[in-house]
Design a binder for this molecule. Sequence first.
Ligand code: C5P
Length: 300
Amino acid sequence: MATTGKWIGSARRAAYAKINLYLDVLSRRTDGFHELLTVMHSISLCDDVQVEWAEASETKITLSVLGARLPHDAKNLAYRAAELFLSTTGQQATLHITLRKRIPVAAGLAGGSSDAAAVLRAMQTLSPVAVEEETLLGMGLMLGSDVPFCLVGGTQICRGRGERMQPLACGAPLFIVVAKGREHVSTARAFANMDTYFHNFDGSVAHGGQPHELYRAMAAGKLHMASAAIYNAFEPVVLPSCPAASALRRQLLNCGAYAACMSGSGPSVFGLFSTQGQARRAAAAIGRYAFLAVSAPAIK
Ligand code: C5P
């Protein structure tokens, strides 16, 4: 990185994708967001994020993206994370961010949120000004609903927009295949369609989740015994207009997954397998739309 200021350093972070093992939308709030109950689970599918930092009297941020066509400016959440970190801590810097993308984009896997969280964590490590955990989580929520989870990772029961987190023990690692075709889903549109489908959450349309069964089975390392508890309320709203995702979901079950479900507001789907060998064979059968993964540990 070409700079005239004092070199502070460089930090690298893995930015892990997440899947939602459980996702229910409970109500629509007056601030335009929706109240959620969800179980988020970090998986080993990840982007690599590097931040290089030099002192400067005026802030200049540059961003390189490898492996995907994404904006290089403030339209990219990773860029906005760097700006927010500097403005919140009252610092100026020359920053260069490099994203090596592997997580499919606009897929319900929190790829963009995870990149932003990794930028915040890298900057927390490099920053000459100390930043408290709570301040970092606050910055995360300003950037997006999934960013606080991505700052913490592991398996968390999440409420509110996702920022009220409670760790959930994961008794055994999960063997996962994520599949994502060519379809794209806008999160905002998916939430708006939820309002219509669930009659503005007036209670007249039944939801299907059994979260406590999921918590118990997860803690006991026996998720395969509670496959019916794996649930995403977005499925009936999003999947009818995503035939490729619906087909991939069926294919995961045909390949021996004990459960298959959509992640987030879609359209990526995931299958859970009893063994790594089964997962590997399923990923090979599905081909280029499949990503093999296992559970990833919590970051902090
Ligand atoms: O927070 P994030 O930027 O990911 O949200 C994108 C959009 O999704 C929001 O503008 C909102 O329309 C919708 N959303 C919601 N309730 C949530 C999360 C997101 O309505 N809990």
